[in-house]
Design a protein around this ligand. Sequence first.
Ligand code: IMP
Length: 422
Amino acid sequence: MNTIVNGLQWGDEGKGKIVDYLTEDADVVVRGQGGNNAGHTVIVSEDKYILHLVPSGILWKQKKNIIGNGVVIDPVGLVNEIETLENQGVTITPENLLISDRAHVVLPYHCDLDAAQEQARGKFAIGTTRRGIGPTYSDKATRNGLRMADLLDPGLARDLISVRLEDANSFMKGHGMPSHDTSAVMEAVEPALARLKPHVTNTIPALHEAWREGKSIVCEGAQGTFLDIDFGTYPFVTSSNTTAGGACTGTGLPPVAIDRVVGVCKAYTTRVGEGAHITECQEFSDYLHNMGREFGATTGRKRRCGWLDCVLLRFACMVNGVTDLAVTNLDGLDERESIRICTAYEIDGVEHTFPPAHRGAWERALPVYETLPGWNSDTSTCRRWDELPSEAQSYLTRLSELAGAPVKYVGIGPDREQTILL
Ligand code: IMP
């Protein structure tokens, strides 16, 4: 059984926990897009692990983990992540962590280009994570990028970097950023590349071999549907395809290899960075932040919180082809007397059930809500559907109707064990 796990909102849906849960029955976990802009938190018993580039399967023994061709890799960040995991007792070897030789590399100038481009956007700034993600993917698309295979050939890498820097330096200089030189770039990344080299390989045959042998593969999505470069709230998106198709192009697994798509959403909606968030609610944000919840794993920024937006969810289930919904953070709603759920947007007096493309329409969209009774009780010990309060069951049933996909998993707290399988 091969599974894609994707976020259905703006990232931070709790995919790490669901992937970790599904990995128990999997042999291979593969990432196909994004970079260390992602942050997946997985809690196992007392231990908390934060993953950025390494697939969550690394927390299980005997699983193969693959960083696929569609991922952009910051080599220094990846080595730091590996060392942190090793210090937490996780074993990482070239057998259990494979890195695609086709994956593009985030170099120090990409991070400065990211900052310079944000500055150049002025009032249209995106609020990126400043991890160099956009510039690395644009270098890939304009064919100015360097892949892991290139970096492992230092002579070629130097030549490519020095040509790229001629143009990049003049842009950065124009925005008050320091210039980069080829030797300094190479010196900054060489120790990390040496550490990663034994893991770098052609990951595509390895994945196909696992598929042929009937092994179970989980494609772990990063970010979420509305950060997708095509389907998201453009331009306030990331630079990769975060939806189901991206799992195929980013790993080399063809669509016919996929058996199911698990879409993960929170029981409410959050977003970090700029851009539309139609159901955003300050009072609800304060309530969650006061509980110590909804701070970003990568940047520590406060997430902007709001009610569940089913206009987004419906569209996300369509474009991902969601077969199974996983609803996380149900307990975030435990203390609410009543709960709102957004069923449509009203734009210029007309109701819409799908998200608009035009940026101005996002600014004028108003949420149309239904209000459901809350359960006002602690769900943290619930382990089965019939242990959930009836109001929580009704909420999940309504959510599923509006989304057009069945709820198959419910996540309560942060622990692996707190997952209800329906
Ligand atoms: P970038 O991916 O750093 O270019 O950032 C583009 C937008 O995507 C910004 O609004 C970020 O906050 C958002 N973003 C990128 N990665 C994540 C993530 O893993 N979770 C939530 N938001 C993200």
